[in-house]
Design a protein around this ligand. Structure first.
Ligand code: FAD
Ligand code: EPU
Length: 338
């Protein structure tokens, strides 16, 4: 049985490294632990927050309920003809899963190298990077309903994946705890180098027939050059989503700002690079008190040491207002605010 603790500091459990306390805290290492925990009265009496690596959230205050840290381990795989089905416990570190797949020659997750966090959180916002999203390799996941303790398997179609979105952020928000995720990968690599920086980096290394290990190594190096390492500077990656806007609004923006960085998006919409919008407002590398934006990536808000969650949140408000005033585009936060 997992231990139920009280008044625990959440600072070691969030990559922004902001201070916050949780009234109750429990770490679960198995489905059995979780089922027992869900039967306790503390779950019925308090709000619940599921925590993986804490790399996509910002605490703006203490959490008065129960934090459940998911640490369910284990990776296994089964080969079926040309496919490989890999299953991992929700507490497995995402990049450990990627390393396992790359070292076994299982293709599909190499572009997602070095994304922080856990396997269990990967379907929540449909993690994505360098031309690949979780939905491209997702097979199914197992989850427990908080209210009843019932187990449910979510197939691909149940998850309603979108850009940084899924059913777990909408209708089912806070209702299920994911314990295991299965991925459908390939025995033969279909290398995806559509994201320009990967192609040019491979070329500069003289690699014209890349393996998945080459792609993984290149993605890792590009990421390290752009993004702050949470072990030395607190952050939660991109603080905002890249805004997806209607063509009418895009036409207005592009007529005033012909250089606006943009990409085609589904349903004839256009995705703008939020980092570019924020940089144009003069915020790249800006330091405001203990918070600010990262010097190499304006989309990433950072904690320079002792920022509070409130301070970071207020700064993000300032950025939203500034971008709206200049471009008429409203940024939406990607990071979960608590
Ligand atoms: P947490 O932050 O602990 O939780 C995030 C949300 O998921 C919360 O709402 C939480 O309640 C819920 N949750 C977590 N585990 C479970 C579970 N088992 N069951 C149910 N709900 C759960 N993201 C990308 O998509 N692409 C990137 O390229 C990327 N780069 C990043 C770079 C840096 C430097 C950092 C710090 C973050 C980056 N992120 C990126 C964001 C982050 O890595 C992902 O969102 C990741 O999936 C969060 O995992 P986590 O375990 O830390 O989740
Ligand atoms: N840009 C700027 N200034 C900046 C930052 C970016 O002008 O300060 C412009 C550049 O022109 C660049 C373009 O924006 O070409 C895109 O930048 P980048 O390739 O760094 O990617 P991004 O759109 O800013 C997204 C994801 C990242 C993911 C990368 C790589 C979102 C919200 N962010 O960032 O995910 O790693 O693409 O695929 O979609 C995260 O979610 O936490 C995250 C880091």
């Amino acid at each position: 049985m997992s231990l139920l603790q009280q008044n625990i500091s959440l600072k070691p459990y969030n990559t922004f490294r902001v201070a916050a306390q949780s009234a109750f805290f429990s770490e679960v290492f198995s489905e059995t632990d979780l089922k027992e925990l869900l039967g306790l009265s503390v779950v019925k009496q308090h709000s619940l927050l599921v925590l993986g690596g804490g790399s996509n959230l910002l605490f703006t205050k203490d959490f008065e309920g129960l934090v459940v840290k998911i640490s369910i381990p284990g990776i296994s795989s089964v080969v079926v003809d040309e496919d490989v089905f890999v299953t991992a416990g929700a507490g497995v570190v995402w990049n450990d899963l990627v390393s396992y797949c790359v070292s076994h020659g299982f293709a599909g997750v190499e572009n997602l190298t070095l994304i922080p966090g856990t396997v269990g959180a990967s379907p929540i916002q449909n993690i994505g990077a360098y031309g690949v999203e979780l939905k491209d390799v997702f097979y199914r996941c197992t989850a427990y309903e908080v209210a009843t303790g019932n187990k449910r398997v979510f197939e691909f179609d149940d998850c309603q994946f979108g850009y940084r979105d899924s059913v777990f952020k909408n209708e089912l928000k806070g209702q299920y705890i994911i314990t295991e995720v299965s991925f459908k990968l390939g025995k033969h690599a279909k290398i995806n180098t559509q994201y320009g920086a990967i192609q040019s980096e491979l070329q500069s290394r003289g690699i014209d027939k890349p393996t998945i290990a080459d792609v993984s190594a290149v993605v890792a190096d590009i990421r390290v050059s752009k993004l702050p390492d949470p072990s030395t500077i607190g952050n939660a990656g991109s603080f905002f989503k890249n805004p997806v806007i209607e063509k009418g609004l895009f036409d207005q923006v592009v007529s005033d700002f012909p250089d606006v960085v943009h990409y085609p998006a589904p349903n004839a919409k256009i995705k703008l690079a939020a980092g570019w919008l924020i940089e144009q407002c003069g915020y790249k590398g800006k330091v405001v008190g203990q918070t600010g934006t990262w010097k190499n990536q304006a989309l990433v808000l950072v904690n320079h040491g002792s920022a509070t969650g409130q301070e970071v949140y207020s700064f993000s408000d300032e950025i939203i207002k500034s971008v709206y005033l200049k471009f008429g585009v409203r940024l939406e936060r990607e990071v979960n605010i608590l």
